[in-house]
Design a protein around this ligand. Structure first.
Ligand SMILES: [Zn+2]
Length: 476
């Protein structure tokens, strides 16, 4: 799904480098998409129902969009974002779309604008430029497309040329949607849609209903999660079930990157927390300790660990109280890796059986901490710029700040991390264009011959993510 309407989008402005970048981009423009981390609802592909109206597809679930309008005084409820207490929100898709279009100028210079524009032109084939004046015209054209069979989720998946898409589920998920996908020939080990093991809701003591979640974990697995050993056994059992559903990785969204081996104290801490008597510091210590436990489990079952630290969740407390989690109320904080990861790296950092993909929301750490760590430990690989950082400018700065120390081959390839299914090809295309521009500069400066740049860009777009996330490998 390469771009046709703006062929030189994001390529270098300097004509010599642009010519080189065009050549490099052409090598990867049509390669299959490997999407090893994201938040697409697997039910979308399991059921393959037509998408709802354009607003419910493109605006309501996209917190990058709703938070920007919120910052300018448009309430989430006016954009159809559901409330926790069920109090009414706007349900008219056209009215939501018009309200959004009235504020379209807010997105000038943002990646959200780029992704949505590219989605409208490249995915939906629309010519009209979005504005308050064209809002109805664009809405009607989108609604007409969404009614066509070619715009059902599975048809789009084919057209997007996605080779593998990983979704993200909690250990409490029954994986029934993945079972349906497997029954239809779409899922299971080595399948096109696979899951990812994300245990935050049974590991973070401050997660809503943590203790009830741990009870539920026991019911699902038949293990006694009243004890710490039973809890670990239950987690191991769920990992096995996830691997059977195609998972090749786990994902850990912690406030910090801290790791810790509590040893025998872990069981005492767990007991305290289960009795509702957790002490200050227990939440972070337990999460830190569990990263070591999960690393040990990975040595046995082969799941790649993804570590996503640094998001202060629900920073906007009004938004959380009113609309719940994952609606744009999170804000990054400074994150320290060098000391935080030392216990994990002391134990397993040189063990080639372990693979940890590290992400950050703190751009300052790329050169100072992350590139030297990934450039020196066998177990570590750098994940792509994520969330607030997955923009063209930061993708470019990522290559500029890490390559000289970590090279290209200690990085994991692009990750779209998106809930917005229709933006997947667009986001991968942006990353490929940025890499083409970066490699073109190395060629123009006589730092890399063209044939090696050509091999590298194919590795970054396709071979590396497949290899890092073990797609196409037989699992333990
Ligand atoms: Zn994610």
């Amino acid at each position: 799904m390469p771009t046709s309407t703006r062929p030189d989008l994001l390529l270098p402005a300097e004509p010599g480098q642009r010519a080189l970048a065009r050549e490099l981009y052409a090598l990867v423009a049509r390669l299959p998409v490997i999407s090893p981390h994201g938040h697409v609802d697997p039910g979308l592909l399991a059921d393959d129902e037509p998408f709802p109206d354009p607003s419910r597809l493109l605006i309501v679930p996209d917190h990058y969009l709703t938070r920007m309008l919120f910052s300018q005084g448009v309430l989430p409820a006016e954009l159809g974002v559901p409330t926790r207490d069920g109090s009414p929100v706007e349900t008219d898709g056209r009215r939501i779309w018009r309200r959004f279009a009235e504020h379209w100028h807010l997105f000038r210079g943002t990646p959200s604008r780029l992704w949505l524009e590219q989605t409208l032109t490249e995915v939906f084939g629309l010519d009209a430029r979005l504005s308050p004046q064209t809002a109805d015209e664009v809405y009607d054209a989108l609604a007409a497309r969404l009614a066509e069979p070619d715009f059902r989720p599975r048809a789009l998946f084919e057209r997007f040329n996605i080779e593998v898409l990983a979704t993200t589920e909690s250990p409490l998920d029954d994986l029934s949607r993945h079972a349906k996908l497997a029954a239809d020939g779409w899922g299971g080990p080595g399948g096109r849609v696979v899951t990812t093991f994300r245990p935050d809701n049974v590991v973070d003591l401050e997660f809503e209903d943590w203790s009830a979640n741990v009870d539920r974990l026991g019911e699902i697995t038949g293990e006694d999660t009243g004890t710490y050993q039973g809890y670990l056994a239950a987690l191991r059992a769920r990992r096995e079930a996830f691997i059977a559903a195609g998972a090749t990785s786990s994902d850990h969204g912690h406030l910090t990157a801290r790791t810790l081996d509590l040893g025998a104290d872990a069981a005492a801490l767990f007991d305290r927390a289960r009795r509702g008597r957790a002490e200050p510091g227990d939440t972070e210590a337990f999460q830190a300790h569990m990263l070591l436990e999960f690393a040990r489990m990975s040595l046995d079952d082969g799941l790649v660990m993804q570590l996503h630290p640094g998001a202060v969740r629900n920073h906007n407390r009004w938004l959380h109280a009113r609309h719940g989690r994952d609606v744009g109320g999170d804000v990054p904080q400074a994150t320290e890796f060098v000391h935080a990861l030392a216990p994990l790296l002391d134990a397993y950092g040189n063990d080639p059986r372990l693979r940890v993909v590290l992400y950050t929301l703190d751009e300052d750490t790329f050169t100072r901490e992350l590139a030297p760590l990934a450039g020196g430990y066998a177990a570590l690989v750098l994940g792509a710029p994520w969330w607030f950082l997955d923009s063209p400018e930061v993708l470019r700065r990522f290559r500029e700040t890490v390559t000289e120390t970590a090279g290209f081959y200690n990085t994991a390839g692009f990750v779209d991390d998106t809930r917005a299914f229709c933006s997947i090809p667009v986001r991968h295309d942006v990353a490929r264009r940025v890499d083409a521009g970066f490699l073109a500069r190395l060629v123009a400066e006589h730092r890399l011959p063209m044939d090696e740049a050509a091999e590298t860009i194919v590795d970054l777009a396709y071979r590396l993510p497949k290899q890092v996330f073990k797609f196409g490998e037989k699992q333990a």
